[in-house]
Write a protein that binds this ligand. Structure first.
Ligand code: HEM
Ligand code: CU
Length: 446
């Protein structure tokens, strides 16, 4: 196949998918993907710091055809705190693109690949700690259509499952940090479709009309759990098993591995609310893995004569599919008037800027982020700690006998805020109770 023309890929946020490729020839396809770290709502009253491809969980849907040459540019927004990359399972090559796309905040990276195999593929971030980046929402789907395209259907939607691990238990309100230990134990607090408990219900429910054929592109980002994907009140006419060429017919529940996908198709014959679930059923009714497909149209008493109790499974309240943008971090120019205020302001800054890596109790993450709790490195030299925050820190260091050799980017916060956050750190978790002032920070800045 000769690749003659160039086009910019249409990217969509869930539950939408881009226009089918139809009969178009293979092309050079330009994909521009932006990474955004954004606070959003996991469920009513529960906030979460999502890391996203394109501002949504799952990330933007990419639609290509076999033989396309994809020129992929990954941009890491300057307001982000962490480096990221992308591993697309549609890539034939080392790391699925991960090494070539590793990108720091405020930078972008370009690489290209050719789509050799048709299918529905997962992509995800592969930056260490990999599980944490995936758990925070860094996954999505890329569809590679065969020559001539998939057969046209009436409705197509994008649905992706993911498991979430929060410090507080399910339903505990407020901004919930990621819990590494629960993730390692595969003990999910939330299992959801499209990034939140309300990601596919209420205003986010998907729709179809009686007589239409619906195609769902279903992915599973994991990071841990395998999905037993099922639609209550339907039978899949076709399942493209694991997103490949093999078509199975007349299926009730299809397995979708973590880091895998499936295409399911079914004609809707009667009106009502069909319920998408992970049939590991406590996940559906107790952890959020539940979505709604509202079907409108004429009843057909021959196919289904019973009472259709519409809305019985509908959870209350509107949800989100796009994460709302975080408010700008307001520079607190009002100086803290007391030690108590320094601690209060400092904790807020810590939760916004530091906890993603150093964790909520300053315990860090083994082999990745050093602890700030009881840290000999921290307590030995206050100017060095100030410098780590205002200038960043890289190269090998030893903290409490463990070696770290990584990069901490410089934190974009005011001198006042640096003083408050370090005062909070020094007066928490068994540290040496130093008080850091704005003057001390300004002296290190020079
Ligand atoms: C190291 C503080 C944000 C990643 C350090 C150290 C301090 C510190 C004092 C020295 C080692 C120690 O005492 O354990 C802070 C504060 C932050 C912050 C107060 C927020 C204002 C972050 C963020 C990241 C990060 C967001 C992740 C992108 C690291 C890494 C090191 C480190 C990787 C070790 C660097 C090396 O190996 O040379 N941090 N940090 N820090 N921090 Fe942070
Ligand atoms: Cu990442």
């Amino acid at each position: 196949i000769t690749v003659s023309q160039e086009m910019v890929a249409e990217l969509t946020s869930p539950p939408h998918v881009p226009t089918p490729i139809g009969r178009r020839k293979a092309k050079k396809l330009i994909v521009n993907m932006e990474i955004l770290e954004q606070e959003g709502e996991l469920t009513s009253g529960v906030r979460y710091n999502y890391w996203t491809f394109g501002g949504s969980v799952p990330g933007s849907f990419i639609r290509a055809r076999v033989g396309d040459e994809i020129e992929f540019t990954l941009s890491n927004h300057p307001d982000n705190k962490l480096p990221h990359n992308i591993d697309l399972h549609a890539v034939t090559g080392p790391g699925g693109g991960a090494e070539s796309s590793f990108v720091a905040p405020g930078h972008e990276k370009t690489f290209s690949f050719k789509t050799l195999n048709p299918g529905l593929f997962v992509y995800h971030c592969a930056t260490a700690p990999v599980g944490m980046h995936i758990a925070n929402g860094m996954y999505g789907l890329i569809l590679v259509e065969p020559e001539g395209g998939l057969e046209p259907v009436d409705k197509e939607y994008y649905v992706m499952q993911g498991d979430f691990y929060t410090k507080g238990k399910n339903g505990e309100r407020g901004l919930q940090p990621f819990d590494m230990q629960k993730a390692v134990d595969e003990n999910a607090d939330y299992v959801v479709f499209n990034g939140s408990v309300d990601g596919l219900t209420g205003d986010n429910a998907i729709t179809a009309k009686v007589g239409e054929t619906v195609r769902l592109f279903v992915g599973n980002g994991g990071p841990n759990l395998v999905s037993s994907f099922h639609v209550i009140g339907e039978i899949f006419d076709k399942v493209y098993v694991e997103g490949g060429d093999l078509i199975n017919e007349n299926i009730q529940t299809t397995l979708i591995p973590a880091g895998g996908a499936a295409i399911v198709e079914f004609r809707v014959d009667v009106p009502g609310s069909l319920v998408l679930v992970d049939h590991s059923i406590f996940r559906a009714f107790n952890k959020g893995a539940l979505g709604i497909l509202n079907v409108e149209g004429e009843e057909d008493k021959k196919i289904y004569s019973g009472e259709i109790r519409e809305g019985i499974y509908l959870p209350e309240g509107p949800g989100i599919q796009n994460m709302p943008t975080t408010d700008e971090v307001v520079e607190s120019e009002i100086p803290a008037k007391s030690f108590e205020e320094q601690m209060k302001f400092g904790k807020q800054i810590y939760m916004q800027n530091c906890f993603a890596c150093h964790q909520s109790e300053g315990q860090g993450i083994p082999n990745a982020f050093p602890p700030l709790a009881n840290s000999d490195y921290l307590n030995a030299d206050v100017d060095r700690a100030i410098s780590a925050v205002v200038n960043g820190l890289s190269g090998e260091i030893t903290v409490n006998g463990e070696k770290y050799n990584s990069v901490m980017t410089r934190q974009m916060i005011s001198s006042e805020e640096v003083a408050n956050v370090l005062t909070y750190v020094y007066n928490s978790w068994g540290n040496s109770k130093k008080v850091v002032t704005k003057e001390m920070v300004d002296k290190v800045k020079g």
